[in-house]
Design a protein around this ligand. Structure first.
Ligand SMILES: NC(=O)c1ccc[n+]([C@@H]2O[C@H](COP(=O)([O-])OP(=O)(O)OC[C@H]3O[C@@H](n4cnc5c(N)ncnc54)[C@H](OP(=O)(O)O)[C@@H]3O)[C@@H](O)[C@H]2O)c1
Length: 266
């Protein structure tokens, strides 16, 4: 006789309104997880929530949270800290704004660092004690391929993403043998709402081949989960991007600066 557990498992995904976050939400819904999803575009995220709860017969809680707001993030962290059966945390929310560093309003960077870095470590800190005592859990922090090299006109974005990469690799080492898995997911160009928000036209911006080929968020999520199975902390979806990150370890800085500058001035 099989005894089914009545304790349901929960996954929490930040920035699940669209793109990679929404793809993670769909994937975990399909696996039967109840969801806690955050975003700011109320209509869009509620529509996703209704679709997922109807289609997969799961509970979905939508939390509208501005992750750069100290009070809102503190309340949200407190909430997820109390969820004993939280098995998965995906720190996905993020944004970019292309501009020369000195020309951009400084407040953009304050928001960016709060969303990409402070919110990420706060939420990891909030859930890890429970995960360690439960001897299981998964944290996926979304960095970027841009975590591996300097990115002019995206300087703070690249720096904030390399923070996520190093932070995640460090806690991965701390958590060896605890049963908790951690991943820094480092996607390259992915078809989401990300670039449209930056002012680019989706249809003309994305490429179909080469290093700049845009992947679907669903493909990124599948690869992330395959890497998680193998307990690999760094996940760079796409062969050409993996090769690039590998080559970057051996190329002299001068060559890397030239490559990056030539792409920027295209
Ligand atoms: N797309 C790419 O090519 C690419 C490449 C490398 C890394 N990434 C990373 O992947 C992650 C997901 O991005 P995406 O491409 O899926 O873009 P997206 O479709 O624009 O989704 C971004 C999500 O983050 C949320 N968000 C942004 N700023 C926020 C804030 N201040 N407070 C709360 N939520 C906020 C958005 O909420 P609302 O929309 O509801 O405001 C949205 O749900 C980001 O961390 C991004 O840096 C993307």
């Amino acid at each position: 006789m099989t005894i089914h557990s009545t304790i349901r498992k929960t996954a929490c995904i930040t920035g699940a309104t669209s793109g990679i976050g929404a793809a993670f939400a769909k994937r975990f819904a399909k696996q039967g997880y109840d969801l806690i999803i955050t975003g700011r575009r109320k209509e869009e995220i509620e529509s996703l929530s209704n679709t997922l709860s109807t289609e997969y017969k799961i509970d979905v809680e939508v939390i509208i949270v501005e992750l750069s707001d100290d009070k809102e993030i503190a309340l949200f962290a407190k909430k997820i800290m109390k969820i004993q059966n939280l098995e998965i945390l995906v720190n996905n929310a993020g944004f970019a704004k292309e501009n020369f560093f000195h020309k951009e309003d400084f407040s953009t960077y304050e928001v960016m660092l709060k969303v990409h870095n402070l919110a990420v470590i706060k939420l990891c800190h909030a859930v890890l004690s429970n995960m360690v005592s439960n001897k299981k859990g998964v944290i996926i922090n979304i960095a970027s391929l841009g975590a591996f090299f300097p990115l002019p006109i995206n300087a703070v974005y690249a720096a904030s993403k390399s923070f996520i990469k190093i932070f995640t690799e460090s806690i991965y080492l701390e958590l060896q043998g605890t049963g908790v898995k951690v991943q820094a997911l480092c996607p390259g160009m992915t078809r989401t709402d990300f670039h449209e928000k930056m002012g680019f036209k989706k249809n003309t911006y994305y490429k179909d081949k080469g290093l700049m080929k845009a992947m679907t968020p669903e493909a990124v999520v599948e690869i992330s989960l395959q890497y998680l199975e193998k307990d690999k902390v760094l996940c760079i979806p796409g062969r050409s991007r993996q090769l690039l990150s590998y080559l970057l370890r051996f190329l002299p800085s001068k060559v890397i600066y030239k490559m990056v500058s030539s792409v920027m001035h295209k």
